[in-house]
Design a protein around this ligand. Structure first.
Ligand code: AMP
Ligand code: GLY
Length: 428
């Protein structure tokens, strides 16, 4: 099979690594990819939003399957764009169409969807610039903290948790009047704060049936113990001890089944990953958000735990045969630590040479995120530079393996969190 993976992060490197293990993988391309994907596949210099160039490439190389990594091209309608071409009628695409992608592309759409299908989520109200006065009044009455969410895509920065009423009112003014997040905050969802512990649940949907992939926990803040600003993710662990049979049964009955059924009832054909961000509130699951793709860095621990051939799984997703697939999960634990450029998520430097990759490679799995190869040297090329995944019989053993890989890798001003997984170990 000839496959194209769209994206350039650790998620896409991991998907490429997993696809490569399939005997059915004849040609693998990644657009635009990074120095890591280049070692497994052919990197193609086309941006994820250049639909026309991607389409011409897919036609010229006779690609049979496209796996879309990030959300932006899905929200932008890449599925419809490609399938509209008569040459691509049989193309298998992993990722929903434009309407399904609104589950991530619009917080208000997702809220309406959950309320319509009685899926547990925080109470909320939606406001626009025209209803700013009502929003101000509403914020005089809400419990604190209160959560303000830009409706549209805001590169993971669009959620602001306010602990003070005046701060909340000033923030909604900035979002709605001053367009703090551009058009993404022309509509704002004000949501009740949920206190609990977060979990990332991944579901593969073929439009009719579904498979639940291994769950994971992500560590979002730059600093240890949940301190400092949010990042794209600083590490992750799978499995997650509190996501036991009882909890996951609640997730499946109350959230996953109604989500799949809701999509069908709404006439939305959904073939792809659904990433459900949950809050475990005293043992009860509530949806914080939907994403229409895999998580990053969750993919780096989820994919290594899947034993089933990725291409069999992806083909069944595209063709509507997921019910015929036996999804085999490795009971071992996986942990990943993200190594970032000093200064991230603020300003940071690019172009520093990365040392120690070959040593770390012997003990751990290295997935590149922001790297590039120049004159045989691997250089930093982003904030999140690479992730190091370890495996073991326990979460602790997986963390040990990951951190031993991390210890072998260095570059100027490298930073990583040393407490990945510690909160889960404390719960055990
Ligand atoms: P999102 O961009 O929707 O993933 O939100 C970013 C982060 O904000 C989440 O990972 C949570 O940590 C936090 N968050 C979002 N919504 C809520 C909520 N209703 N209650 C508490 N925390 C929230
Ligand atoms: N790790 C969170 C995300 O991918 O959105």
């Amino acid at each position: 099979m000839k496959i194209l993976i769209i994206g350039s992060g650790g998620r896409e490197h991991t998907l490429a690594w997993k696809a490569r293990q399939s005997s059915r993988c004849d040609y693998l391309y990644v657009a635009p990819g990074n120095a890591g994907t280049a070692s497994l596949a052919e990197d193609v210099d086309i941006a994820v939003d250049d639909f026309e160039k991607l389409k011409q490439f897919i036609i010229s190389k006779q690609i049979e399957m496209v796996i879309v990594g990030p959300e932006a091209p899905l929200v932008g309608g890449i599925r419809e764009y490609l399938l509209a071409d008569a040459n691509l009628r049989n193309l298998m695409i992993i990722g929903p169409g434009k309407v399904g992608a609104q589950l991530e592309g619009s917080k208000d759409f997702a809220k309406q969807f959950m309320n319509r299908h009685r899926i547990p989520t925080a109470g909320s109200r939606t406001f626009t610039r025209d209803t700013l006065e009502e929003a101000r009044n509403y914020l005089q009455t809400t419990n604190l903290p209160t959560v303000l969410k830009a409706d549209g895509l805001a590169a993971g920065k669009g959620v602001i948790i306010c602990h003070d009423r005046q701060e909340a009112i000033a923030t909604i003014e900035k979002m709605l009047s001053d367009r703090m997040f551009g058009p993404a905050s022309d509509t704002v969802v004000i949501e009740d704060f949920l206190a609990g512990i977060e979990l990332s649940v991944f579901v593969l949907s073929d439009g009719n049936s579904y498979k639940i992939l291994p769950e994971a926990k992500d560590y979002k803040t730059i600093g240890e113990n949940n301190s400092g600003p949010n990042t794209g993710g600083m590490g992750s662990v799978s499995p997650v001890a509190f996501a036991d049979k009882v909890f996951m049964e609640k997730v499946e009955q109350r959230i996953i089944k109604p989500t799949i059924k809701g999509l069908q009832e709404d006439g939305i054909e959904y073939k792809g990953f659904i990433f459900i961000g949950l809050m475990n509130v005293g043992g009860e699951p509530f949806v914080i958000e939907y994403n229409v793709r895999m998580g990053d860095p969750e993919t780096e621990v989820v994919m290594p735990r899947i034993k089933t051939d990725l291409l069999d799984l992806m083909e069944a997703t595209a063709l509507g045969n997921l019910d015929k697939i036996n999804l085999e999960i490795d009971p071992q634990a996986a942990a990943t630590v993200v190594m970032v450029a000093g200064g991230y998520p603020g300003d940071y430097k690019k172009g520093d040479e990365i040392h120690g990759l070959l040593t770390a490679d012997k003990t751990s799995l290295i997935f590149h995120a922001g790297t590039r190869m120049t004159n045989g040297k691997v250089l930093t090329n982003g904030g999140r530079v690479l992730t190091v995944t370890g495996f073991g019989n326990t979460v602790q053993a997986a963390l040990n393996q990951s951190y031993s890989g991390v210890a072998a890798i260095h570059w100027k001003d490298v930073y990583f969190r040393k407490d990945i997984g510690q909160d889960l170990l404390a719960l055990e």
